[in-house]
Design a protein around this ligand. Structure first.
Ligand code: ATP
Length: 350
């Protein structure tokens, strides 16, 4: 096990800058998730740690050792890819044992380790099968077993669950979390799925445009997003974001007036409020008056989209909510749960 550090790392492909001055420190045993939209530089970051891509500038350290010039095989990392990368002509046992074979470990030692790794991911009875004779979830487990068969210093996982159906993804997510906890191996995990990031990570690095936007615990990222990008990216449904002005301690937008403990220094801001922090009131009794635009039963709640002035806000209502299209409705917001962002810079103000 080991820490992983990226210090001032940059990556350019020709004239295109994919990563700009990345500083990232992953503690020994930590589960760190790189989260962001397509093209933000997650995979490139991981490939540089693995040694599959060279950093244009900066230093990469594994266990305190500079590895910029080390070959992938000398970095003692194990990767799990989105498409699993299994060898089709090899059996499950041969696939799992491959990292041992290339390191010259054979005989009963290899056999024993393969068996133990397979048992950990409940593949014991399938060791003789070929990958084509397995389900997607079973293939995924073979890839995991191959990663854990020799306790590397670091696991690197690149969207390992994205080829699985929704139900299996939830099951495998818990398995990965349990396995990482049990083995305690430092893990860097790439995903564009915020639920995966929030549920798995000790800390999440939210990336956009080759820059880390925020690096913190899932709770902190959800409760105190550092800027508009993070606020809009994390949460389902996404945070309500309403452009407006603060004047005399009151937030004002067309059709919306919210009095609260706003900073005296006003100006143009974006007010953020999550759907669960918005409550529904009778018409005339809320700080936001509007009409029902749509209501959607999600199972345990109803998401009510409300048109108010020029904005649309989503409130999470109890499942008993009844309100037809266009009916008048009022909303109140929990003043303590309001997020404020600078309109010009997108940065969090409060
Ligand atoms: P995804 O979720 O789609 O895999 P990502 O966040 O992992 O996206 P990267 O694969 O790291 O993104 O790519 C980051 C940026 O670098 C993208 O704009 C991509 O087009 C660019 N890029 C990646 N590899 C190369 C390459 N070999 N040559 C040129 N540009 C590249």
């Amino acid at each position: 096990m080991a820490s992983v550090e990226l210090v001032g790392v940059e990556k350019r492909f020709g004239s295109f800058s994919a990563l700009q001055h990345l500083d990232l420190s992953v503690a020994d045993g930590e589960f760190l998730v790189l989260l962001g939209p397509s093209g933000c530089g997650k995979t490139t970051t991981m490939r540089m740690v693995a040694g599959l891509e060279e950093a244009t500038a900066g230093e990469i350290l594994i266990g305190g050792r500079r590895v910029n010039d080390a070959l992938p095989k000398d970095r003692d990392v194990a990767m799990v890819f989105q498409n699993y990368g299994l060898y089709p002509h090899m059996s499950v046992a041969q696939n799992i044992g491959y990292p041992l074979k290339v390191r010259g470990i054979g005989g009963p030692d290899r056999e024993g380790r393969v068996k133990r790794a397979a048992e950990k991911v409940e593949l014991g009875p399938l060791l003789h099968r070929k990958p084509r004779e397995l389900s997607g979830g079973q293939r995924q487990r073979v890839a995991l077993a191959r990663a854990i068969v020799r306790t590397p210093q670091v696991f690197l996982m690149d969207e390992p669950l994205s080829n699985l159906d929704a139900k299996l993804r939830v099951t495998m997510r818990a398995e990965i979390k349990h396995l990482q906890h049990e083995l305690g191996v430092t893990t860097i995990y790439v995903t564009h799925d915020q639920i995966e990031a929030m549920t798995l990570a000790h800390r999440v690095a939210v990336m956009n445009g080759g820059v880390i936007q925020q690096l913190d615990t899932p709770e902190a990222i959800y409760d105190r997003p550092a800027n508009l990008f993070v606020a809009g990216f994390i949460g389902s449904p996404p945070m309500n974001l309403v452009p407006g002005r603060i004047a005399g301690g009151t937030f004002q937008a067309p059709g919306i007036t919210i009095a609260g403990a706003f900073p005296a220094a006003g100006g143009d801001v974006i007010l953020g409020i999550r759907s669960e922090d918005v409550t529904i009131a009778a018409p005339g009794e809320g700080s936001i008056e509007g009409q029902v635009y749509a209501s959607e039963l999600t199972g345990e709640a109803v998401l009510v989209t409300v048109s108010a002035g020029g904005a649309r806000l989503i409130a999470r209502a109890p499942r008993s909510f009844r309100g037809g299209f266009g009916s008048p409705i009022a909303l109140n917001v929990d003043a303590g749960k309001i997020h404020l962002f600078d309109e010009a810079t997108g940065r969090r103000i409060a």
